[in-house]
Design a protein around this ligand. Structure first.
Ligand code: NAD
Length: 302
């Protein structure tokens, strides 16, 4: 059987290791990224880097995009110089970026109009999951299109969840991350309140981790050092999941809430807190570092 060619556009923190895992699994991987450093790393890991996205997709039957935003995806897709026009008919376009539900639906529509197949497949699991090939992929699109690329996706994913039609993967991603952002703030506020009351971190952890306060933000990504030795709090809040990415996902969730008229009062507060944190002291920190901001504000009476 001839080797299948997969194009990966966006060879950054996530797309780079995903492309490398596809190479390791025996696929021919062609890639494109405007950033020279991303390309150099990808070449060292066996990716054939092209000088334009159009050249990358021309030889591929599957195209994975892993880009910063919905605007990047739509811009890359459309127009006479876009990748949809350059690809062979019936190519499967898989967008793994985190983008707005509306953008995901628009991207899939553009792909279908151009005679291609399309899935939205945002990921969770971070850079560690991308390196290990254990990401969770949330899929929107048809079951038939998903089945056509399951072997490719199985290389980068530990788990695939088919969530529904186009956009459903992105919907699942932002709903999940809204839970995560809110729960991290709840856990962080509880630790700081506990500190004010003279309660040790370990005592609160021992109670809440086996009681009704139990959640991933507490038991895996614990925002204070000590109780969970692998959490970012034990390495000066080095990400992990960087706070600008949490802010981005909460902004997408608020956009979706606005466009659907959904009341998300707690989500809106979380989005505002993470916006301030991500553009301020938390710019380079894991999102659990917000606990320090809560503590500082408590001590200064802000
Ligand atoms: P990144 O900034 O490291 O990588 C994005 C890459 O896209 C960059 O190398 C950039 O040069 C490249 N790029 C920009 N425009 C391009 C174009 N037109 N064609 C090809 N490449 C282009 O970002 P990342 O951390 O890899 O994140 C990528 C996506 O994954 C984002 O949507 C992000 O929200 C999502 N995501 C990231 C994480 C994480 O932990 N980093 C986790 C889950 C989801």
């Amino acid at each position: 059987m001839s080797q299948q060619t997969v194009a990966v556009l966006g060879l950054g923190n996530m797309g780079g290791p995903m492309a490398a895992n596809l190479v390791a699994a025996g696929y021919r991987v062609v890639g494109f990224d405007p950033a020279p450093t991303a390309n150099e790393t990808a070449v060292a890991r066996g990716v054939e880097v092209k000088t334009s996205p159009v050249l990358a997709v021309a030889e591929a039957s599957v195209v994975i995009t892993m880009l910063p935003s919905g605007g990047h995806v739509i811009d890359a897709y459309k127009g006479p110089d876009g990748i949809l026009a350059a690809a062979a008919p019936g190519t499967v376009f898989i967008d793994c970026s985190t983008i707005a539900v509306e953008d995901a639906r628009a991207a899939a529509e553009l792909a279908h109009e151009a005679g291609h197949r399309a899935l939205d497949a945002p990921v969770s699991g971070g850079v560690g999951g991308a390196e290990a090939g254990t990401l969770t992929l949330m899929i929107g699109g048809s079951e038939v299109d998903l089945d056509a690329v399951r072997p490719v996706l199985d290389v980068v994913a530990g788990r695939l969840v088919h969530c529904g039609d186009s956009g459903a993967g992105q919907a699942a991603k932002i709903c999940n991350n809204m839970i995560l952002g809110i729960s991290m703030l709840a856990v962080s506020e509880a630790f700081v309140l506990g500190e004010s009351l003279g309660l040790s971190h370990q005592a609160l952890f021992d109670v809440a981790s086996t009681a009704s306060g139990q959640c991933w933000a507490l038991t895996t990504n614990c925002p204070v050092p000590g109780p969970v030795p692998t959490s970012p709090a034990n390495r000066d809040y080095r990400p992990g999941f960087a706070s600008p990415l949490m802010s981005k996902d909460l902004t997408l969730a608020m956009q979706a809430a606005d466009s659907t008229g959904t009341e998300v009062r707690v989500g809106a507060v979380a989005a505002a807190i993470y916006r301030d944190f991500a553009f301020g002291s938390g710019r380079d920190l894991d999102f659990s570092g917000v606990v320090q901001d809560i503590r500082d504000r408590s001590q200064s009476g802000v």
